[in-house]
Design a protein around this ligand. Structure first.
Ligand code: WT7
Length: 666
């Protein structure tokens, strides 16, 4: 692919040229470098013997049975890491710290949105997980069973994940902001036997109900053809909101967990035992259940958390602001930091409740030293202005991280100056739900950083930027990001759909055996990587992946809609925003105003999928631009949505269509 190839979501070439002229460089501060966990030598060690390097990182975990094999890549793309080894992931995150004498160390500094707080030590969290593990087994949950977790950001959510994996079951965490329909689809796809939820949790100053969505997801199954797999719903009381109760099915957490025995021996499971499924949007309407397994995932999660976030467990207070409903919350709230014995902040609510300085108040209150968050959050704080963070003492912060989407140099500089006091290094970390853990990032204390570039692959990770034929592109050129060698925390498949796994990620560069990430990227003259966004029909809204097709399906499911096309348009705060173009059935057009219809459809999508999927704009149009073969040309719609002159329309069946649409949108 040449860098001129039109791709769906990429930054225009002129902007990238401008970006690549970025010449600001920030050397690691000497005091930071002196105590940094990462060292320059890691790169040499890893390239000398990649597998030996990963084996060494894996040995930092506790293995009930040590592995003798490192990587089995005899049946690509189905990798096995440390396959003959046995471990217990929860034991690694909990018991071993207690056994090492660190039971009194705080694991979670929890802050509820209303201002209530709880400090949970490693000993307490271990006990809670053991009790819950006993409860789960009592409910008949065992090895390989799937458990859906639909919870607010409370300590019980982390405990639930760990208890599930402690007994060899598989969790599927569903983000609490997803709708009942989205939850139902995920419960059904995984065939979950148990749902762990809460009555509700606090968001934006009020209780946002969760249990009612579970009830709705589990109702109305008659005639749907789907066999009900859920036997029980375990409910934490948090919001104190009124909930309905199905006797025999529903169980209050507080009625069973505190009473359960805190004796629970962690059994060893093979390294390739499935650990969790996490659904993410792809290019079709059906989310993919990304499957991760145990030993390799935990190895890379713990290792990257240590070297990229520079975790010194005795002294640091770490805060990753992601929700456990996303991969970032799995790897850098639950598994990585707890495997490393870190102390971390867990915050339930939204950044601006009850005041716009809430996050900075938390940093000051707990003396947060490491902050890991998303560009969209940074940009929204920029919009509010520096006067808000300036009211708080942020001097404890010594390292800042970014994840989820490209961070524009302006936001990077603001983050550095206003939040990092002009000294804290920034690590821009590129990875995906599928990669399981960080793949590309600067190493703090080692790498000279550059605003806007994710920079270099981590030691032990091999990536490249290639053209459509899989050939390496030179410096200054753009292409597709590939991972050229298997890595420990790589996805092992898509739940129930091995063919889709092969097709989506491995078919494109089958000849080379490369993993295709779906991201465009460019290499600068130093060989540093600049990520340019997705090359497929996947949008990135506030660092969350949404599929255009999934939202289109939701739109056409509304009775007023005849046809719909969705694009991701660039947005100052959220990176990309959902913009929909909808053709309405004539009978509805006669009876409703266009404005009323747009609003109805916006809310409808929010109800169908979840508020994050709600379109920023819904334009009611008379026609959609299509090729002669009937394919919608989203590229042209994106031009309209972003207020640009519309590009080449010569392949359209009806070339006049775009001027009509442009006129309607204004
Ligand atoms: C997609 C993965 C990784 C956890 C959060 C999102 C984009 C992620 C960066 C970054 C540029 C980034 C990519 C990727 N992305 N981090 N530092 N720079 N782009 O996980 O929902 O699986 O999305 O997010 O496009 O493919 P996800």
């Amino acid at each position: 692919m040449s860098d001129q190839t039109p791709t769906s979501n990429q930054t225009p070439r002129s902007q990238i040229d401008h970006l690549l002229n970025e010449d600001r460089r920030f050397a690691p501060p000497p005091e930071f470098a002196a105590n940094a966990i990462a060292t320059e030598e890691l790169y040499a060690e890893a390239s000398a013997d990649r597998e030996a390097f990963w084996a060494e990182q894996a040995r930092a975990l506790h293995w009930h049975k040590p592995f003798t094999e490192v990587l089995d890549w005899s049946n690509p793309p189905f990798a096995q890491w440390f396959a003959d080894g046995e471990l217990n992931v929860a034991y690694n995150c909990l018991d071993r710290h207690v056994e090492a004498g660190n039971g009194d160390r705080v694991a979670l500094l929890w802050e509820g949105e209303p201002g209530d707080e709880r400090r949970v030590t490693y000993a307490e969290l271990t006990d809670e997980v053991k009790r819950l593990a006993n409860v789960l087994q009592g409910l008949g949950i065992g090895e390989g069973d799937r458990v859906a977790i639909y919870m607010p950001m409370i300590p019980e959510a982390v405990a639930a994940m760990l208890a599930v994996v402690r007994i060899g079951a598989i969790h599927s965490v569903v983000f609490g902001g997803f709708s009942a329909d989205s939850l139902r689809a995920r419960i059904d796809d995984a065939g979950a036997k148990l749902v762990i939820t809460a009555d509700g949790g606090y968001r934006k100053g009020k209780v946002s109900p969760l249990k009612p969505a579970v009830d709705m997801a589990l109702s109305d199954r008659n005639g749907s053809g789907v066999q009900e797999t859920v036997e029980h719903v375990l409910v934490v009381k948090r919001g104190e909101n009124e909930v309905e109760w199905t006797d025999g099915r529903d169980i209050w957490w507080h009625d069973v967990v505190p009473q359960a025995s805190a004796d629970h021996a962690a059994k060893a499971f093979p390294a390739e035992n499935p650990l969790f499924i996490l659904y993410t949007s792809g290019t079709t309407g059906k989310p993919k259940g990304i499957l991760h397994t145990s030993g390799g995932y935990l190895t890379q999660s713990a290792f990257t958390n240590k070297i990229v976030h520079d975790i010194h467990p005795e002294t640091d207070v770490y805060w990753c602001t992601a929700d456990i409903g996303w991969i970032t919350g799995h790897t850098y709230v639950t598994y990585g930091p707890l495997a490393n014995g870190a102390t971390q902040v867990l915050y339930e609510g939204t950044p601006d409740t009850p005041h716009p300085g809430r996050w900075w108040e938390i940093v000051q209150k707990y003396g947060v030293t490491i902050l890991y968050t998303a560009p969209t959050a940074i940009r929204s704080f920029m919009k509010i202005g520096r006067s808000v963070p300036k009211q708080f003492d942020l001097s404890s912060l010594r390292l800042l991280g970014s994840v989820g989407e490209p961070i524009n140099p302006e936001a990077w500089m603001w983050y550095r100056k206003v939040i990092g006091g002009k000294t804290a290094p920034i690590v821009d970390t590129w990875w995906q739900t599928e990669t399981g853990a960080i793949m590309v990032s600067a190493l703090p204390g080692v790498t000279e950083t550059k605003p806007g570039s994710a920079q270099v692959p981590l030691p032990g990770i091999s990536i490249d930027v290639v053209d459509e034929d899989g050939t390496h592109v030179g410096s200054g050129n753009g292409g597709l990001l590939v991972v050229t060698e298997p890595w420990p925390s790589m996805l092992r498949g898509i739940w129930g759909d091995p063919d889709r796994f092969v097709e989506t990620y491995w078919d494109k560069f089958r000849a080379q055996g490369y993993y295709f990430a779906g991201d465009g990227a460019r290499l600068d003259d130093d060989g540093d990587v600049w990520f340019l966004g997705r090359v497929d029909d996947v949008m990135n809204v506030s660092g969350h992946r949404l599929s255009t097709t999934e939202i289109e399906s939701a739109l056409v499911a509304h009775e007023a809609t005849a046809e719909a096309a969705v694009v991701g348009a660039s947005d100052e705060t959220t990176g990309q925003a959902v913009v929909a173009f909808v053709i309405i059935k004539q009978s509805y057009l006669n009876e409703n105003s266009a404005e009323g219809l747009s609003n109805t459809l916006r809310l409808w999508v929010g109800e169908q999928i979840g508020p994050i999927a709600r379109p920023r704009d819904v334009y009611i149009v008379g026609e959609l631009p299509k090729t002669r073969s009937g394919k919608i040309m989203r590229r042209l719609l994106r031009d309209v949505a972003e207020g640009r002159e519309v590009g080449d329309t010569t392949t359209l069946a009806d070339t006049a269509v775009m001027s009509v649409i442009s006129a309607q949108v204004k």
